[in-house]
Design a protein around this ligand. Structure first.
Ligand code: NAI
Length: 303
């Protein structure tokens, strides 16, 4: 097998069950030493116990691998820093971080409490920020790091009842965009995974026949590629039921209209052309939008 994690240390958050457990088992099976983090609460983020993480550790050790359990909530930066320190004390490095921990508090936006909005943002967004912040200086010093954000089709494309979750998941894609730029010169590559899998999280959301097709372990190869030495950088890989796709945040060619009193009317009339996808690109950085716009303005003015 070409993808090998011998000598590598990985942290997988929310690895007590579902996708995180599969990620951790696969990393360990290919030689990584793995921190199995899980708060051990229910799908809504209520309660907590380290026993879910410990079970996965036991499973890895029984198969001859190395792992340690950690019950920190990713929302608690002090506890996250202690977790990273534990990994450093035991194994001396952290090469891979898979930000996977997450919860749901689904409701239509009209009925959603702000508390449920904030908690979902806190677990997914600040959870990933905390873990990434704690490993970042270590990865910088090592000149090596692989970070995987877990985004979602609900964030990328929307899903009824998941305004909080969708906003949080899209925020992770945004976090990836900038961190992949900042990490590049340190050998840190940051990518995102948009999974589809039958876990306790999707139990109520999909019919049973569909769930049967969606084994969580069929998502894990996408994570392994993004955690590997030859990982891409700044890629959003979608994975489910053994199929893999990529999601892109693109920019259309658009049209230069200049600024006249009737620009709004001319823009309204040109909207189909503005949105036309032929020749669209994926900018390498946010500044490309402005660069393209200024270039079109200069051209229109005969420069
Ligand atoms: P899951 O509920 O089985 O796994 C999430 C794990 O995160 C749980 O074990 C939970 O205890 C842990 N967790 C929750 N809050 C935590 C906290 N504050 N600190 C540490 N651990 C915490 O669900 P699943 O499906 O395995 O989800 C894994 C990731 O994949 C999540 O980020 C989820 O949003 C994402 N995802 C899942 C999809 C699916 O189809 N299953 C679709 C798109 C995204």
């Amino acid at each position: 097998m070409g993808i090998d994690f011998k000598g590598r240390v990985a942290i997988v958050t929310g690895a007590g069950g579902g996708l995180g457990r599969q990620h951790a088992l696969a990393l360990a099976a290919r030689g990584a030493k793995v921190v199995i983090n899980d708060l051990g609460g229910d799908v809504h983020g209520v309660g907590g116990s380290v026993s879910a993480a410990q079970k996965v550790v036991d499973e890895i050790r029984a198969a001859g691998g190395e792992a340690m359990a950690n019950g920190a909530s990713v929302t608690d930066f002090d506890a996250v820093q202690k977790m990273v320190q534990q990994a450093m004390d035991a194994w001396g490095r952290v090469d891979i971080l898979v930000n996977n921990a997450g919860i749901l508090r689904d409701k239509s936006f009209a009925k959603m409490d702000l508390a449920d909005f904030k908690l979902v943002m806190d677990v997914h967004v600040m959870g990933a920020v905390h873990c990434t912040k704690a490993v970042w200086p270590i990865m910088q010093a090592q000149q090596y790091g692989r970070i995987v954000m877990t985004t979602s089709s609900s964030g990328l494309y929307g899903n009824f009842g998941q305004a909080n979750y969708g906003a949080a998941k899209m925020a992770l894609a945004g976090l990836m965009q900038t961190l992949s730029i900042e990490g590049e010169k340190y050998g840190i590559r940051v990518n995102s995974l948009a999974p589809t899998a039958a876990t306790r999280m999707t139990e109520g959301l999909m019919p049973q026949a569909v769930l049967d097709a969606l084994q969580p372990q069929a998502v894990t190869p996408a994570m392994l590629v993004m955690a590997s030495e030859d990982a891409p950088n700044r890629t959003i890989l979608c994975a489910g039921a053994g199929s893999f796709e990529a999601a892109h945040i693109t920019l259309t060619q658009g049209v230069h209209l200049g600024l006249t009193p009737d620009t709004p009317e001319r823009l309204a009339a040109a909207l189909a052309q503005v949105c036309d996808r032929s020749g669209e690109s994926v900018p390498m950085a946010g500044s490309e939008q402005g660069t393209l716009e200024v270039a079109k303005a200069m051209k229109a003015h005969g420069h």
